[in-house]
Ligand binder design. Structure first.
Ligand code: FAD
Length: 286
């Protein structure tokens, strides 16, 4: 099923993001995680992609496993330094596996990697390619606090409009811990003529050291209220997990109460986190 069709249904929904195992990691474990998360009643599962094509086969295998469990899948695909032939090969694999949804991303150059192919400078170039190549539903990323390379939120939103005009049918946000940042972004995006569905991405922080990683990777703001939770429970793993799930649940309830009807959970391959959130929302979702 195409995600855009799900998003147009009049119901509240949740999706989860998984990542393929690192090199040498067990694909079998990842497939077990897919099966467990599929049982939580999530609307779709997205599977990340190692920039530079480092996870191609595993991304497809995990997305295919979700489809086999009856949950629509969205495969992430990056284009930085990619050649046409590699992108087309990936799209062929996705089509053969029955995966209809692709999140079109530029990706980051990994440390030490040089820019060698310049055809795909931006995610918008990839979105155009995917739309012209096959019958895919294409999503894109957006950044409520502005992309770290942009000169500011307004400029980033102008560039986002190009991405949407290139065929992106819905957007998934970078994580944020303060819903007001999302509401402000959504208002500005709508004002700029970006009218596609925008799915907020919520990251349940269940370990204290995840906060530093989240800030390093996304530059996102960590509100004082959340910092005090980490200060208080960070040394107690069970308590931190419970508090992180509660904080994410609270963010999701506020989003739904303010008219957002689909939320993407960065569940980080932790079925217990996905289950905790789904259980907390059992009477709210669906
Ligand atoms: P773009 O949309 O190309 O934007 C990158 C920068 O270029 C921005 O500053 C933007 O303002 C600017 N820009 C965009 N279009 C134009 C234009 N036409 N002209 C001029 N400037 C422009 N990374 C992975 O490697 N694998 C993943 O699976 C993955 N999944 C992600 C999922 C989500 C929901 C998010 C939010 C991010 C994900 N990332 C992933 C990270 C992402 O690849 C990086 O944030 C990357 O730096 C930017 O990717 P993008 O697709 O947003 O790029």
């Amino acid at each position: 099923m195409k995600i855009i069709d799900q998003l147009q249904e009049d119901k509240n929904g949740l999706s989860c993001e998984l990542f393929p195992p690192k090199e040498g990691g067990q694909l079998a474990n990842a497939l077990d995680i897919v099966r467990t998360i599929s049982q939580q009643g999530v609307d779709f599962i997205s599977v990340t992609y190692g920039a530079g094509g480092t996870s191609t086969g595993k991304t497809v295998a995990i997305a295919e496993a979700a489809e086999k469990c009856g949950v629509p899948a969205m495969a992430h695909l990056t284009c930085v330094n990619a050649e046409d032939a590699a992108i087309e090969a990936m799209l062929d694999q996705l089509q053969a596996a029955g995966i209809q949804n692709v999140l079109a991303l530029r990706g980051d150059l990994l440390p030490g990697m040089e820019l060698t192919h310049e055809k795909y400078q931006h995610a918008s170039d990839l979105a155009k390619k995917i739309k012209s190549y096959g019958d895919f539903c294409v999503g894109g990323a957006c950044y409520p606090e502005g992309h770290p390379e942009s000169i500011g939120l307004n400029d980033d939103i102008e560039k986002l409009k190009i991405k949407v005009d290139s065929g992106v049918e819905f957007l998934v946000t970078q994580m944020f811990f303060d819903n007001n940042i999302f509401y402000n972004f959504l208002y500005k995006a709508r004002e700029a003529g970006i009218l596609v569905p925008v799915i907020p991405g919520i990251m349940p922080i269940t370990r204290a050291n995840q906060v530093a990683n989240a800030v390093r990777l996304s530059g996102c703001n960590v509100p004082e209220r959340f910092r005090s939770i980490v200060d208080c429970f960070g040394d107690n793993p069970a308590a931190m997990q419970q508090a992180g799930i509660a904080y994410a649940t609270d963010q999701i309830i506020d989003l739904i109460a303010n008219g957002v009807n689909h939320i993407h959970v960065y569940s980080m391959n932790k079925p217990e986190v996905a289950k905790g959130i789904c259980d907390n929302l059992s009477a709210i979702i669906h």
